[in-house]
Design a protein around this ligand. Structure first.
Ligand code: 5GP
Ligand code: ZN
Length: 118
């Protein structure tokens, strides 16, 4: 199901432009508008799922497909020696867009630390 007012659903529907990385019947991948590294794209389910915080066993299939696509897409985008996957979930995770998205971040150089201490 697509959510009428969700910006990532609008990107999937082509109502908001994006730089597409990959698409199949279940998932959509596109470059982050504000990249944190030379490679920074997001993989999302085409079905509107608000957050990883809302997922359960019924989402195992789509979560598996998203993660399984990440290594190949990362390599194709130029992250040939590893990458980082980040999923921000809910208030504590500082999720900003409430359509589940998996950030894939990398490039030629080693990334910074995973998190700064609070
Ligand atoms: P979050 O903080 O929810 O994990 O990440 C949301 C991400 O979506 C941010 O990195 C932000 O730059 C990206 N973003 C927000 N709006 C748009 C948009 O309209 N287009 C694209 N390509 N990325 C977006
Ligand atoms: Zn959505």
């Amino acid at each position: 199901m697509s959510a009428p007012d969700c910006i990532f659903c609008k990107i999937i529907r082509g109502e908001i432009p994006s730089r597409k990385v990959f698409e199949d019947k279940d998932i959509f991948a596109f470059h982050d508008i504000n990249p944190l590294a030379p490679v920074h794209f997001m993989i999302i389910p085409k079905q509107h799922v608000a957050s990883l915080a809302d997922c359960d066993a019924s989402h195992e299939g789509i979560l598996g497909r998203i993660l399984a696509a990440a290594p190949r897409l990362a390599r194709e985008q130029g992250s040939t020696d590893g990458f980082r996957v980040i999923i921000n979930a809910g208030r504590v995770g500082r999720q900003e867009v409430y359509h589940l998205h998996v950030h894939v971040i990398g490039g030629p150089d080693v990334l910074g630390p995973m998190l700064k201490r609070n």
